[in-house]
Design a protein around this ligand. Structure first.
Ligand SMILES: *[C@@H]1O[C@H](CO)[C@@H](O)[C@H](O)[C@H]1NC(C)=O
Ligand SMILES: *[C@@H]1O[C@H](CO)[C@@H](O)[C@H](O)[C@H]1NC(C)=O
Ligand SMILES: *[C@@H]1O[C@H](CO)[C@@H](O)[C@H](O)[C@H]1NC(C)=O
Ligand SMILES: *[C@@H]1O[C@H](CO)[C@@H](O)[C@H](O)[C@H]1NC(C)=O
Ligand SMILES: *[C@@H]1O[C@H](CO)[C@@H](O)[C@H](O)[C@H]1NC(C)=O
Ligand SMILES: *[C@@H]1O[C@H](CO)[C@@H](O)[C@H](O)[C@H]1NC(C)=O
Length: 438
């Protein structure tokens, strides 16, 4: 028993020491501290560390200030990802180019956003034993010269200093994509229900307030909101429903690779000291799953990855364990439409009354001042005036015996009985915003 535990500790130790860590490597070189900080802020460090073989071309603080200081982080990320070659180059290998010239793929090329040949770097052996690096394509200027080898771990990572940044045409003029309209991006990505919910409840404002410091959003698809077996959100109070939407975002810019190395549980925008609202991230190869404790949601794709914002499309609504209970695992509830109650069952084809599955807590974008008829304080949720019982499935009156809807939520909703809910909402939303700003 004890020996196996020691064995496991030993294996963990091995696992932590073998992978390279660019942040740690550059820490010993103060002249590259700005480059290193940028790698951390843009999360490129995580991408570099996840590559089995990589060469990082670094430039010193003088150039980093000159070249990058006034750029938005999304542009800095692109500019630096051009300096990460997906191959191993050390001095002998550069010298072996022998009067010739070659092209290397960069991390930028892997984003699928590279324009023309800007995702490649041209490496050419110049006269006089100098090696020049330039942006891909013919006619590129090769004025970033090899200076020295900074660190080599063959054949995993090589860090080389170059005499100046590699400037790819047009790169510094890219408009930051984070200026994009989040709701219209979500709509185009097939997450219209979620887009409507966050704008109607005012949660979008909270997201936008958090964004400058970094924001990552998990947007369930429209199919996820139509899935059978989804609990009746009409039973949640307004505050609880807002928390459910805040639960779909985490503070900080976290692209996919970084998500895979996040420490569990991951805090969400719904997290506070009293209730946890954490998410557990699980990875299996390239696939990433978010576990709320109640259900698992799989990341389908990235909708936007532009520092400081990252938006993912997910295939299930995230149900916080604070509000819902797990359905009994075999879940032998016979549903007439023969759609299995398994969480992977997506759209209910017989349900045409779809995405207007609006929870009617707020019908205008300024929910805070809206008094919706459903929010009559004395009779908390449960009122059948709510047209939006979430399981949209047609004739099947499943919700009553749906075990996923929590009885525990009535506790917390009871606590708010008698309180003017709009005031509470206002306090909640402004409280969240000020805690983010402050
Ligand atoms: C290089 O990477 C491989 C695979 O990630 C690892 O097994 C090996 O230990 C690494 N080598 C060094 C010197 O860290
Ligand atoms: C990499 O090194 C830095 C600085 O030493 C450290 O703070 C960070 O936790 C390390 N990252 C990983 C994934 O080990
Ligand atoms: C960066 O390199 C340039 C050219 O070699 C040099 O003039 C400058 O002093 C260096 N800056 C730092 C911070 O090392
Ligand atoms: C690299 O650039 C030089 C100068 O523009 C060009 O002559 C050479 O063909 C390029 N090499 C490759 C492999 O594209
Ligand atoms: C974003 O797009 C939506 C329509 O998709 C529109 O209603 C909204 O006004 C736009 N917001 C901004 C800030 O442009
Ligand atoms: C949810 O509300 C419906 C009525 O809207 C009610 O029939 C059902 O029992 C409630 N479920 C729970 C778990 O409170």
């Amino acid at each position: 028993m004890a020996t196996s535990r020691i064995m496991i500790l030993f294996l963990l130790f091995i696992a932590t020491v073998t992978g390279h860590n660019i942040t740690d490597i550059l820490k010993d070189f103060p002249e590259f501290s700005e480059f290193n900080n940028y790698l951390t802020q843009t999360k490129l460090a995580d991408e570099i560390n996840s590559q089995g073989t990589i060469t990082v071309l670094v430039f010193n603080n003088t150039f980093a200030s000159e070249y990058l200081a006034n750029q938005p982080l999304s542009v800095v990320k692109v500019a630096l990802s051009i300096h990460c070659l997906l191959d191993y180059f050390d001095r002998p290998k550069l010298q072996a180019i022998g009067g010739g010239s070659m092209t290397s793929t960069t991390l930028y090329q892997t984003t699928g956003n590279a324009v023309g040949e800007t995702g490649f770097v041209n490496i050419t052996d110049l006269v006089g034993g100098k090696v020049g690096f330039g942006s891909g394509g013919t006619g590129s200027r090769l004025d970033a010269l090899y200076e020295r080898s900074v660190k080599q771990i063959p054949y995993n990572i090589s860090v080389l200093e170059i005499s100046s940044p590699i400037v790819a045409p047009g790169i510094l003029k890219t408009p930051p994509r984070s200026n994009a309209n989040i709701t219209s991006l979500l709509e185009k990505a097939g997450c219209k229900t979620f887009a409507n919910l966050i704008s109607d409840t005012g949660v979008l404002k909270v997201y936008l307030t958090a964004e400058p410091r970094g924001l990552t959003v998990f947007a369930p698809t429209d199919a996820a909101f139509r899935a059978s077996g989804l609990p009746d959100f009409g039973n949640l109070t307004d505050t609880e429903f807002i928390s459910l939407l805040l639960y779909h975002a985490i503070p900080g810019y976290v692209p996919k690779i970084s998500l895979m190395t996040e420490k569990n549980p991951v805090r969400t925008l719904a997290s506070n000291e009293i209730e946890k609202f954490g998410l557990t991230v699980r990875t299996n190869g390239d696939s990433v799953t978010l576990d709320s404790g109640i259900d698992n949601s799989h990341i389908e794709s990235s909708v936007l990855d532009s520092v400081p914002i990252s938006i993912f499309k997910i295939d299930h609504v995230l149900l916080p364990a604070e509000y819902f209970t797990k359905p009994p695992s075999p879940a032998p509830v016979p549903v007439p439409e023969a759609s299995p109650p398994s969480p992977s069952a997506h759209s209910a084809p017989s349900a045409p009354s779809v995405p207007s599955a609006h929870r009617p807590i707020a019908s205008s974008p300024a929910p805070v001042t809206t008094t919706s008829p459903t929010i009559s304080p004395p009779a908390p949720p449960a009122s059948p005036t709510s047209p939006a019982s979430y399981p949209v499935s047609g004739p099947a009156p499943a919700p009553s015996d749906s075990p996923t809807a929590d009885t525990g939520s009535s506790n917390s909703s009871g606590a708010y009985a008698g309180i003017n809910v709009p005031v509470l909402l206002l306090a909640l939303v402004t409280g969240i915003i000020s805690s983010i700003v402050g």
